[in-house]
Structure formats: C-alpha cells, structure tokens
Design a protein around this ligand. Structure first.
Ligand code: NI
Length: 140
C-alpha cells in the first residue's frame, strides 16, 4: 500500500478475536482492510454530524400515489431542489404504493432540509435519508 503507516494497537484478546471473526464473515482479506473501512465509516458519520460540508446520499420514500396532491407536491419539491438532486428512480411497488429513490449531492444542511420536507409530506409512509461521502477527501 502506498503511503501506508504501521502502528500497533493493544486490544483485549477476545475483542481482537471478534474483530478477526467479523472481518472473515464480511469477506475481508485481512484485518487492516476491515479496520480501514471502519475508520472511514466513522469519519463519514463524524463529518455529517459536525460540519456543513458537501455530502452525497440517497433519500428513499414510500408513498401511496392515490393520496391527493402528494405526487404533485413531491414533484414540485424535486423541481425546486434540482441543484442537489442528481438522479431519481421511481418504482411502482404495487397497485397503490410507489418507491422513490433520489440520489443527492450538496451542502449537508440543504440535503437534510429537503429530506425532512419530503419525509414529512402527508401521505409519505416511510422515508429515510442515507448519507455517504462524496469521496473527495477520503483516502482509500
Ligand atoms: Ni408509482
């Protein structure tokens, strides 16, 4: 690995054993790869809680498309926020229910506000914002 440093960590034997077991179960070739992924996951989480930097993510919505005005409202919101919505996927789950997945990228505060508005819309049965990183400032 280019640019790698080595450092030693003291762990309780059982904790180290559980780490190795989890690494194997998840298919990592070695402990270092598993730990690097855990660190990146925590960095992403930490940054999303702290600052208002640029993030990427997805907003998932399940709703009944028969609900009066809901489809129009959701479409209006998406047109208003086209600067942060980079893609949208719509699936007709059954006769009544739709699943919509919006890929988003932009300022954390803006994306959280948009997700709150969409999820709070009357008739949306479930919604969730999943935040990831844009990857730009996160080394592999
Ligand atoms: Ni539909």
């Amino acid at each position: 690995m280019k640019n790698a440093i080595r450092f030693s960590v003291s762990l309780d034997r059982r904790l180290a054993h559980e780490l190795d077991r989890m690494s194997a179960e998840k298919g990592y070739d070695n402990r270092s790869l598993a730990i690097a992924d855990m660190i990146r996951a925590h960095l992403v989480e930490h940054r999303q809680q702290q600052g208002d930097g640029e993030i990427a993510g997805s907003i998932t919505l399940v709703y009944d498309h028969h609900k009066h005005h809901l489809q129009d409202l959701l479409t209006d919101l998406q047109h208003e926020h086209r600067d942060v919505i980079i893609s949208a996927l719509h699936c007709h789950l059954d006769h009544d229910n739709c699943l919509e997945v919006l890929a988003v990228r932009g300022k954390a505060s803006k994306i959280k506000k948009l997700a709150d508005e969409l999820i709070a819309a009357k008739g949306v049965k479930h919604g969730k914002l999943t935040i990831t990183t844009t990857g730009k400032d996160l080394p592999t």
